[in-house]
Design a binder for this molecule. Structure first.
Ligand code: NAD
Length: 287
């Protein structure tokens, strides 16, 4: 990479960021396309969020990704945010358009993008969505805005439940054509019925990820059928127990790594207008 006086900077803000593979992913793509850009990670805590957004303006960064815990906190300092970001109160991508800072959330685009890469359009689909946290909300709003027919959310009656009710109401208002409901994950008969009437089953909970690797929320594998598409947001391990069981039952599956890189690809497209070579990036950076 040849850094000179014209190099445009991009970055990741949040904390912690030291483990992030985003710098490797974006710099790989800048090099591949011969773009005079560089990407760094900046450790920024809540106390410094306003300063960090001001620095994006001062140093004329081309854009920035935002990670925990700042995804909501950056919003008041931006000039505009996308309908999806507004609905779920989350920004993971800031694009600098001639000095105007525009916020987007690409997590859900990663989900629909990964399905699309596999030839599956979310429009018209009925989805059983396990989880109501950050990843699930991003998936629900994007799927709803892209024309999903129905989203049936299942969550435990834990700390996420009340926030989920409020979130789903906002999502329903933003995408009124999509039917959205929330049910108790412990109601296994309702879950069975929902999956039986769904095109896609998606796990967007932490189950399947360490220390819950080796666990799956679908313990009764007769809930799978070969026509059902099964996806998982968990990317470490790349193949979760849910996906292993679903594959064994003949289902088509999509893993969380594809979604993760597709979400980076959606940000890359917003920054540069170019398509990220997703499969190549998965192999070069993540495997
Ligand atoms: P979060 O803390 O916002 O939400 C956690 C969710 O998991 C909630 O719905 C909660 O009820 C549920 N949950 C936790 N423990 C559970 C249990 N024992 N049984 C049933 N449900 C349980 O987390 P998040 O940011 O939404 O992340 C969720 C997962 O998604 C993580 O594994 C994360 O790594 C992954 N993720 C993947 C991507 C991607 O691009 N692939 C993006 C974001 C997050």
């Amino acid at each position: 990479m040849n850094i000179d006086g014209h190099t445009r900077l991009l970055g990741l803000i949040g904390t912690p960021v030291g483990h992030s593979k985003s710098p490797a992913m974006y710099n790989y793509c800048f090099e591949k396309y011969g773009l005079n850009c560089a990407y760094l990670a900046f450790d920024v805590d809540m106390e410094h969020v306003e300063d960090a957004v001001a620095a994006i303006r001062t140093f004329n960064l081309q854009g920035a990704n935002v990670t925990m815990p700042l995804k909501n906190a950056v919003i008041p300092y931006l000039d505009e945010v996308s309908p999806a970001s507004l609905a779920i109160g989350s920004v993971n991508t800031i694009v600098n358009r001639g000095g105007r800072l525009c916020g987007y959330v690409t997590d859900g685009m990663g989900y629909t993008g990964e399905l699309r890469r596999g030839g599956v359009e979310i429009a018209g689909k009925t989805v059983t969505l396990l989880g109501a946290g950050g990843a699930a909300s991003a998936i629900a709003i994007e799927a709803a805005l892209e024309g999903a027919k129905e989203i049936r959310v299942f969550n435990k009656r834990d700390a996420f439940w009340d926030r989920a009710l409020a979130n789903l109401k906002t999502i329903g208002e933003a995408a009124p054509a999509c039917k959205i409901s929330l049910s108790d994950l412990d109601d296994s008969e309702a879950l069975r019925e929902s999956i039986a009437g769904s095109d896609i089953l998606t796990n967007a909970t932490r189950v399947g990820m360490k220390p819950m690797d080796g666990e799956s929320l679908i313990t009764d594998t007769t809930m799978f059928r070969p026509e059902l598409i099964v996806t998982d947001v968990v990317y470490d391990p790349e193949e979760t127990k849910l996906l292993r069981d679903a594959k064994a039952a003949g289902c088509r599956t999509f893993d969380g790594l594809g979604m993760l890189v597709e979400q980076g690809a959606a940000s890359f497209k917003l920054y540069t207008g170019l398509d990220m070579p997703v499969g190549e990036v998965c192999d070069a950076i993540y495997r």
